[in-house]
Design a protein around this ligand. Sequence first.
Ligand SMILES: [Zn+2]
Length: 317
Amino acid sequence: MRIAETVTFGGSGLDRAGRLRGDAEGLAGLLKAGRILPVWRGRPLCADGGHLGWLEAGHPALAGADAPVFLGLDGDLPRFAADISHWSPEAGAEAVQAGFFDPSFQTHPALPGALGFGELRGVMLRLSPREAELAATAKALVQWHRSHRFCSACGAPSAPTEGGWHRRCTVCAAQHFPRTDPVVIMLVTHGNRALIGRSPGWPEGVHSCLAGFVEPGETIEAAVRREVLEEAGVTVGPVRYLASQPWPFPASLMMGCHGIALTEEITLDPAELEQACWVSREEMLTVMAGRHPAIKPAREGSIAHFLIANWLADRLD
Ligand SMILES: [Zn+2]
């Protein structure tokens, strides 16, 4: 797909500068000259208007932060991220709830009121491609460190090395690398119609492309066929890869594909899908315009929205 990398979180060509990660002294120098993105409980610091909030090393809001991770060079400017999830707002963090999307904006006493911690889904459309790549990388790496503090081989604590791109076990020296979980997400079509569905718990009316994790030992194409058959009972023939999207909620790489259905009858797996249906191009236009009486589109910025919009515009090539 020629416009694949225009998807939200598509590559911006950030210089990840892997060559610099092993030089701890050099990284300390880069940190002094660079800018740090604080991440609080999975939320990057951002301005209400939609830019990321970058701080200099030593800023009071970074007090007690975990060791910064080195994101790379943005032009000449070194970029880092630091986890400040230990910080507790005086008023409590009750507003921050697990759920599909939390629109709350948490301010910090050491920062101007226009800056706060917001959910990345809420600002992703307003970020530049470079900021989106930095935010996705920061969120995924910080989350990985939070959830992988112990060695999976022996259970002892591990410690970050390589600017935050490895963890090394303090006892058995096993090396651990940041996880990225492959997910297939597929625009399945049959003639003039596309297959969409909704999972239990999604906001009312929202329908999207079917998706699922790739299993060990499976190709992308096989995963597409298996997921569609399991979830909707539809047999898929030819599968073509279209575009990918880093999706740091928390650590997925969405691999967008186009699958051609060989059958039409839908048999739902109710554990996975609450509903699935075939929607014609004409009907999908009203869905995407927000004018359909029953079906709401996938969130703008998601690869599902991107694939469907480009299918309608005949730009999947
Ligand atoms: Zn170990």
